[in-house]
Design a protein around this ligand. Structure first.
Ligand code: PLP
Length: 417
């Protein structure tokens, strides 16, 4: 079935489904592609439960939640649970649901800009200062919002450099941002030090915990030490954290959190200058699937704290096994990353990282990388943990093929291209 224009006549259910199955057959194997291109997931039972919960509210529009008292309760429970997980109980943090990390970050930059307009009206060209490793989508948000983003080189340990950031603060700086952890290296910036600078200088401080926000609390409970990063750190004003990553919810589902309720007025915008009067949405998106919050709620209830801790343990064990296995392959060196992201470099000039990425992709392990410096990038999760041995076997094969000069395709180290 090919259809580049609307077909003149419809097809049967079976025909349409079988055509979709043909498309699906072209996609990478779900288990092998898991470390790079599918959502972080907890395993087949978790996915089955998620899908069932999601489908219960299929077709409900969360924008008009005033009609849905049941849904309102679900969403409110997710928002309050999320605020607690982000360390926000003591500060009275408030959260809003968004359609992903990009929207969460957009909302945080927007609120910071509005806050600065009120508190520092003399600034007409607002700026944010952040480590070079801050996620690209922050640049996008700043661009849309007329905010300049000054990316400051990371330190020799590839983490944000608080001193260099402090030195870059100028008269137009309204906020600082940092990652917990960043995507490219899987490392936490020193959030406490950067937040202390923000507090002392009266600046907004955003923590991008999109990938780590709903994993870190459970990794910590599983006994792994982690740096402080959430609202318990004084000076942290807003946080982005994706439920569709380690909350194990379905796309699109993310949270933007603000330190306390007084900041909500810088986030909320309710236009009423059109024929239908007041327009109230939770964030930037209008119509959005109620199923997003329902999926998150389903996961919170099904897994509970002990379930999330178990999955966090499986994730960290999988990462440790992967890291040991990579270190045992001559010419490869895994970095000591903080959470679920694992990156590794090649120490053998005859084995370029682009070739490893290309070779793995050829063997059915689609993967990405980091360009500066060249690194292979993967995200461990409980499902991927079950594929570590197969991955390592194929990785050793790829490295050997490249080293011996066999033709291997060249891969791309870019995030999304
Ligand atoms: C995934 C991610 C984002 C962007 O999130 P989307 O949901 O893709 O919009 C931002 N920051 C970090 C650290 C991320 O891992």
């Amino acid at each position: 079935m090919t259809a580049t224009a609307l077909p003149a006549t419809g097809s049967t259910f079976d025909e349409v489904m079988s055509a979709l199955d043909d498309f699906l057959a072209l996609e990478p194997d779900r288990r092998r592609g898991h470390m790079s291109c599918y959502a972080m997931k907890g395993g087949t039972d978790v996915q089955r439960v998620l899908q069932a919960g999601y489908n219960k509210y299929f077709g409900f529009n969360a924008l008009v939640r005033r009609y849905f008292p049941g849904y309102q309760r679900i969403e409110q429970e997710v928002l309050e649970t999320a605020a607690g997980l982000l360390g926000g109980k003591a500060t009275g943090a408030v959260t809003a649901m968004t359609a992903g990390g990009t929207e969460s970050i957009f909302c945080a930059v927007h609120a910071a800009r509005e806050w600065a307009r009120e508190t520092r009206p003399e600034i007409i060209a607002p700026e944010f200062v952040a480590p070079y490793s801050l996620h690209a989508t922050f640049s996008k948000a700043c661009h849309y919002l007329g905010v300049k983003l000054r990316r400051i080189p990371v330190g020799p340990d590839y983490r944000g450099d608080p001193e260099a950031m402090a030195a870059a603060i100028g008269p137009n700086t309204v906020g600082l941002a940092a990652s917990a952890p960043c995507w490219s290296y899987g490392l936490y910036d020193p959030i406490d030090e950067i937040a202390a600078i923000a507090r002392d200088r009266g600046l907004w401080m955003h923590v991008d915990a999109c990938v780590g926000g709903f994993l870190a609390p459970f990794v910590k409970k599983a006994g792994h030490p982690l740096p402080a990063w959430d609202f318990s750190v004084e000076g942290v004003t807003s946080i982005s954290a994706d439920l569709h990553k380690f909350g194990f919810a379905a796309f699109p589902c993310s949270i933007v959190g603000f330190r306390d309720e007084s900041l909500l007025r810088f986030h909320q915008v309710f236009p009423d200058d059109w024929p239908s009067m007041k327009y109230m949405a939770q964030a930037f998106s209008g119509s959005r699937p109620a199923s997003s919050a329902v999926g998150a709620w389903t996961m919170f209830q099904y897994l509970g704290e002990d379930g999330y801790v178990r999955l966090a343990r499986e994730t960290m064990e999988g990462k440790a096994r992967m890291s040991e296995g990579i270190a045992a392959i001559p010419g490869l060196k895994p970095w000591a990353t903080d959470l679920s992201i694992l990156v590794y470099e090649s120490t053998d000039p005859t084995v370029p990282v682009e070739k490893i990425v290309g070779g793995l992709t050829e063997l059915g392990w689609p993967c990405g990388g980091t360009l500066e410096p060249p690194l292979v990038h993967l995200v461990m999760d409980p499902l991927a943990a079950g594929t570590v041995d197969d991955y390592l076997k194929d990785l050793a094969r790829v490295v050997e093929s490249v080293r011996s000069g066999k033709p291997v395709q060249t891969g791309s180290l870019s995030y999304v291209d």
